[in-house]
Design a protein around this ligand. Structure first.
Ligand code: G6P
Length: 372
């Protein structure tokens, strides 16, 4: 009913709007007054976390994209090698796991069969499993050694939005916590990022306030067949997520690429008027990658494509090459996905509406896939 949707036309719009609160709720009570993380919920003993030699993340769909982003954070802040794998591939690959492997299973519903099978397989091999989940008492947390709940509240729309942002928050918390427990070199940076996380909810709110031009742009592209998404570093999984959202909701051909791979193939796809969305890394956090991606934007534009650029406030170097410029607040480099994903959600939702698609219940998709 309209009341359930809180006055919005679709649950997806309501859930996009709820993201600042979802992010704040997921942080609530997990940072103490001294600025340290208190994640007692992770009942895996600190010694076990200190001795872990490898982290393996398993998930499906949008949750898998959260896992891809987590890898950058975990390896950077903890120096523990981290692999990320689609749960459906992991299970049947005969992966190498032992008692010193920490497996993180990410699932909004906690009922995805592929992810559950990956969890069971990991535990049979003696690995410890930590679930990141949005649904209290669901199967994946029940079958895991520990769980860190995301507090997004119920997500109804099939295409995941607020659950994704809170999965990211939970992944950052786990990465920072592992860093804190293991006392890595990155101690000062970890303390600074914990402080910065407290500002993220406000940053997401600011993004949401500036989305009207994104909706207009989406409507203007309703007759297109293809959209490409490019990103680097943590912006690469953001590009994958932007493309997935467009497939799910607008039924358009959309692909995400690592911008560095452009020259190894995808550039052949660039055509007059093809919309290409580029997620630009922070110029302070990653000046080298930033400059490389600005060159990519120039290359794409030189071939006549329509460039849609997502860049930090104050980053002027991109302006001359952007047909459409979407601004996001300045954040620490690793946290950028929390703000960069939001315009892509709005973009896909508006394109779906403009193409007359059912936003909350896309064809052929289920909210939770409980078959293998
Ligand atoms: C389905 C949904 C996706 C979701 C995926 C994983 O395919 O349509 O939106 O990302 O399942 O779901 P989970 O509940 O495990 O996060």
């Amino acid at each position: 009913s309209a009341a359930e949707k809180g006055g919005y036309d679709y649950f997806m719009l309501k859930e996009i709007a709820e993201q600042p609160k979802a992010v704040a709720d997921t942080l609530l009570g997990r940072i103490d007054v001294a600025g340290s993380l208190t994640l007692d919920e992770i009942r895996i003993p600190a010694e076990v976390l200190r001795e872990a030699t490898k982290v393996v993340i398993v998930a499906c769909g949008t949750a898998f994209h959260a896992g891809l982003i987590a890898k950058y954070a975990i390896e950077h802040w903890t120096r523990i090698p981290c692999e990320v794998e689609l749960a459906s591939e992991f299970r049947y690959r005969d992966p190498i796991l032992d008692e010193r492997t920490l497996v993180i299973a990410i699932s909004q519903s906690g009922e995805t069969m592929d992810t559950l099978m990956a969890v069971r397989h990991a535990r049979e091999q003696g690995a410890r499993v930590l679930a990141i989940c949005n649904t209290n008492g669901s199967t994946i947390p029940r079958e895991s050694d520990a769980v860190l709940y995301t507090h997004a509240g119920p997500e109804v729309a099939v295409a995941s939005t607020k659950a994704f942002l809170t999965q990211l928050v939970a992944c950052y918390l786990v990465a920072l916590y592992l860093g804190q427990v293991r006392g890595t070199q990155a101690g000062d940076e970890i303390r600074a990022v914990i402080r910065d996380l407290a500002e993220i909810s406000t940053a997401v709110e600011r993004v949401l306030e500036t989305m009207e031009p994104v909706r207009e742009l989406a409507r203007s592209l309703a007759a297109k067949n293809t959209v490409l998404f490019l990103g680097r570093h943590v912006g690469y999984p953001v590009a994958l997520e932007g493309a997935l959202k467009l497939k799910e909701l607008a039924y358009m051909h959309a692909e995400g690429f690592a911008a560095g791979e452009l020259k190894h193939g995808p550039i052949a796809l660039i055509d007059e008027d093809l919309p290409v969305v580029v997620v630009v890394p922070s110029p302070r956090g990653h000046s080298v990658l930033h400059d490389k991606i600005v060159s990519n934007i120039q290359e794409i534009r030189a071939r006549g494509a329509r460039t849609i650029v997502i860049a930090e406030e104050g980053d002027e170097t991109v302006s001359p090459y952007a047909d459409h410029l979407i601004r996001i607040p300045v954040t620490p480099a690793l946290l950028q996905p929390l703000v960069a994903t939001v315009p892509l959600q709005v973009f896909a939702c508006e394109l779906a509406t403009a193409r007359g698609n059912e936003v909350d219940q896309p064809r052929n998709l289920a909210k939770s896939v409980t078959v293998e």
